[in-house]
Design a protein around this ligand. Structure first.
Ligand SMILES: Cc1ncc(COP(=O)(O)O)c(C=O)c1O
Length: 425
């Protein structure tokens, strides 16, 4: 049989991050020595007390309310108030199986085009495409660490015309590690207010910030139009638990009621034991805080290490200030790469994997022009359990310690360096 598919689905391929993960793991299974800088997953174990809460609640079997376990919604709103100063009530919270699904449902619910800063996370575009939504890319520049400026946003909003506009705003950022500062956020908030933009502030990396604590958010300076998304996947190291949250302001109440309807007609509610585990994470955050702070310190050290090495070997790379990604580009090696027929970022990543055993993602998967030679590096190929057990604090890391506990990070740099040396003949 040849099924006739929804034409909106036909344009989709498997998510680039999941695909590179499978490829790298398969090569490893075949015995290849692969440095996996491709997949953005926390390398750390789920904190013991969250695991314990999950085990203790294995008997919870009833369907939970569509919006989420009421105690969890309350804990999430308080967590965001205490840690970030946001003003959401428990009735503003909706729990879902990962923030990815919730972002999709919000995109699905809303009319109007989606403004997407470039580069941006791989899934926003396909999610909008699934809804048949127009995507308006907002180009950014390396010189501004790939951050949107108020001028660029203004121009994009103006060119989008009169219709309602949605902006996806990811801070700290995947794929660049960029973090917006308060003055930038305030200016961007003013533009959003002027055009009445509805913002999805994707804050899944909110507690992995190296620069400021807490980070600045549009939820503070443009609360009436900002929906915040987050969840257990990154700072709490529990991506596979699949629990995300969105916080929707009162002013967008209509959207929240539509979201509840869509949730009730699709996944119904997140698995009950997982919601109880999340309750532990959010309500008893003080018990998890040392873990979050220590892992953030580790990320900061590793990302700074990678950044220094990349700059030393002649790559361009903005200094990451959050998340666990870097976005180096091979522009300075364009000539020898062209001589070898490598013109696009996707040809470049294929060469890096085939010749050097390094898995990274091409900038084109993040909506960069095909010929831009940027790649995304996820700096998480290390044994997180050992690292978190032995971490001496970033001020006390020695060369020997790093060599012993982060061998793949070092090796990845050496392999890229040799690749570049071979290019330069
Ligand atoms: C920028 C960004 N947003 C959202 C997500 C989705 O996270 P989850 O669905 O696990 O909550 C990810 C995951 O990698 C991400 O990198």
């Amino acid at each position: 049989m040849r099924p006739v598919l929804n034409p909106l689905v036909l344009s989709l391929k498997e998510s680039a991050t999941l695909a590179i993960n499978l490829k790298a793991l398969e090569l490893r299974r075949q015995g290849e020595n692969i440095v996996h800088f491709g997949f953005g997953q926390s390398p750390f174990p789920v904190p013991e007390i969250i695991q314990q809460a999950l085990a203790d609640n294995a008997d919870k079997k009833d369907y939970l309310p569509t919006q989420g376990l009421p105690e969890l919604c309350e804990a999430v709103s308080l967590f965001y108030k205490n840690e970030f100063g946001y003003d959401f009530k428990s009735s503003d919270v909706c729990v879902g199986p990962g923030s990815k699904e919730l972002i999709f449902q919000i995109i699905y619910l809303m009319e109007g085009p989606l403004l997407v800063p470039v580069p941006s996370w791989v899934s926003y575009g396909p999610q909008a495409a699934l809804r048949g939504k127009e995507i308006i890319p907002i180009p950014t520049s390396r010189e501004n660490n790939y951050r949107v400026t108020p001028e660029l946003l203004d121009r994009a909003c103006y060119s989008a015309g009169q219709s309602q506009k949605l902006l996806i705003f990811n801070n700290p950022n995947n794929p660049t590690g960029a973090l917006y500062h308060e003055t930038e956020i305030k200016e961007i908030a003013e533009i959003c207010r002027a055009y009445q933009v509805i913002v999805i502030s994707d804050e899944i990396y909110a507690m992995i910030d190296f620069d400021q604590w807490p980070m600045s958010s549009l939820a503070t300076y443009y609360p009436e139009g900002t929906i915040v998304s987050g969840g257990l996947s990154k700072s709490f190291a529990a991506g596979g638990y699949r629990l995300g949250v969105v916080l929707v302001p009162d002013s967008l109440e209509l959207m929240m009621s539509a979201l509840k309807s869509v949730v009730s007609e699709t996944f119904s509610a997140v698995s009950a034991p997982i919601q109880y585990a999340a309750l532990k994470a959010y309500r008893d955050f003080e018990e998890v805080r040392p873990f979050v702070e220590k892992t953030c310190d580790i990320y900061k050290y590793v990302m700074n290490y990678l950044h220094t090495r990349f700059i030393d070997m002649g790559l361009n790379c903005p200094k990451p200030a959050g998340s666990f990604y870097l976005f180096p580009d091979f522009d300075n090696f364009r000539k020898p790469l062209h001589e070898r027929g490598i013109i696009t970022s996707s040809a470049l990543v294929n060469a890096l994997l085939a010749e050097s055993g390094i898995a990274v993602l091409p900038g084109s998967d993040f909506y960069m022009p095909a010929t831009n030679l940027g790649v995304r590096v996820a700096g998480v190929d290390f044994d997180g359990a050992r690292a978190v057990e032995t971490w001496p604090g970033s001020d006390h890391v020695t060369k020997d310690y790093f060599h012993a506990f982060f061998p793949k990070i070092e090796q990845g740099c050496e392999l890229i360096q040799s690749f570049l040396n071979r290019l330069n003949g």
